[in-house]
Design a protein around this ligand. Structure first.
Ligand SMILES: *Cc1c(COP(=O)(O)O)cnc(C)c1O
Length: 405
């Protein structure tokens, strides 16, 4: 298990390198450099220092006492990635990749972003290293996430609006790949999730496994045993694989990834639950489960949380699901919203809407478990970025329910 992907970047039948010929050599160079970096104690020490002093690791493992009491079942612990610099797990990966860029002598950094969280993490890392930074973002996303656009600009990044197609994350990735093909000699592409061509799904997983490594140690120190169940939300799948990976050989530890159920996963309803009615296909460099019609046309996805709103899932999750090692469920927009409020009110922690999907599943499952059992939820990010969106949505619903006289 721990030796995947294979030399060609496959996790069983998933993954690989589905890119234009011009990118094959740069991707192989990247994979080679990454292997050298991984074995270089100096690289590992530099990364550990950055994660500690700059990003704020280790993050706490927090016992959610009031949430546990309220749900009346298993003990719930939260891994507090929301307390990291920039407010989410994404900085772990951005720092790892920018250190690789330094080794490769590439001073120009590009990235794609959906909600803007990965763009902010990348712009932060680029500012820290004095690198030029260009972030591609769908025009629709720029309007929805104006605060993150401003943050990226304050950090010195250029945010390029992408107007093609639905003008969201998928189109932004296309544009970033186009830039990389043109400028590959000078430019490093920092990809934001466990997606895309080899070696990205492996690298991104490795840069996030610190989440699971820390949580495992913290849980043993605190409880003297491992958790019974791990829960994480799954967009591309980076925070989930980061938590799951160090536990893969612990057979007694169950793992559940929570996808975005949107309006519901029935026929004609919009969602981003790739494992509910998705099919095998290739999107943006990798072979995996995705939402497409019978002709292979990628479907429009929907989620209340921009970070889970993407048509494909990271290839390693497809394998874990085939193997039955992890299970994948979904939570709807409404379930995520009520979990958002529940965690805010019972623990004083406002979670990101992405994270609220993981909480929603904990709410569902905890009461069915025994009090001596332990659930560990990855609290992937904080909700500041979503406050305006939730407030607007609920004002709107309220004014529909109670018309002014
Ligand atoms: C981006 C993001 C996600 C989804 O991305 P993954 O790669 O699936 O982890 C989840 N939570 C937060 C807070 C995010 O910013």
């Amino acid at each position: 298990m721990q030796t995947l992907p294979d030399a060609h970047g496959y996790f069983g039948p998933y993954g690989g390198m589905f890119v234009p010929e011009t990118l094959m050599t740069p991707l192989r160079d990247l994979a080679d450099e990454y292997e050298r970096a991984k074995r270089d104690p100096q690289f590992q020490a530099d990364l550990a220092n950055l994660l500690g002093d700059f990003a704020g690791r280790p993050t706490p493992l927090y016992f959610a006492e009031r949430l546990t009491a309220k749900l009346g079942g298993a003990k719930i612990y939260l891994k507090r990635e929301d307390l990291l610099h920039t407010g989410a797990h994404k900085i772990n990966n951005a720092l790892g990749q920018i250190l690789l860029a330094q080794r490769m002598g590439k001073k120009r950094i590009i990235a794609e972003t959906g909600a803007g969280q990965h763009g902010v993490a990348t712009a932060t890392a680029a500012a820290r290293f004095g690198c030029e930074c260009v972030v591609y973002m769908g025009k629709v996303d720029m309007e929805r996430q104006a605060l993150n656009v401003a943050r990226m600009r304050f950090l010195g990044a250029t945010v390029v609006p992408v107007t093609a197609g639905a003008a969201t994350l998928k189109e932004a990735i296309n544009e970033a790949m186009r830039d990389w093909v043109t400028n590959v000699r000078t430019t490093f592409y920092i990809l934001g999730s466990a997606l895309g061509s080899h070696p990205y799904p492996m690298m991104v997983r490795d840069f996030h496994r610190v989440i699971g490594d820390e949580a495992r140690r913290q849980m043993l120190a605190r409880e003297g045993r491992l958790p019974h169940l791990l829960i994480a939300c799954v967009g591309g799948g980076s925070n989930a694989i980061g938590l799951f990976y160090p536990f893969l050989d612990d057979e007694a530890v169950r793992m559940v990834g929570v996808e975005a159920g949107g309006e519901g996963v029935g026929v004609g309803q919009k969602h981003a639950a790739r494992f509910q009615g998705g099919r095998l296909g290739v999107l943006q460099g990798t072979k995996t489960f995705l939402l497409a019609d019978e002709d292979g046309q990628i479907q429009l996805t929907h989620s209340i949380s921009a970070g889970l709103d993407y048509a494909a899932v990271g290839p390693e999750h497809s394998l874990l699901r085939d193997q039955g090692r992890a299970d994948y469920v979904h939570a709807t927009d409404d379930e995520a919203l009520s979990a958002f409020h529940l965690l805010s009110e019972t623990e004083g922690i406002i979670p990101a809407l992405e994270t609220a999907h993981a909480i929603a599943y904990a709410v569902r499952v905890a009461p069915t478990m025994r009090p001596e059992e332990i659930i560990l939820v990855n609290l992937s990010g904080r909700g500041d970025k979503d406050v305006q969106q939730v407030a607007d949505r609920e004002d709107m619903l309220e004014s529909v329910a109670t018309p002014k006289i």
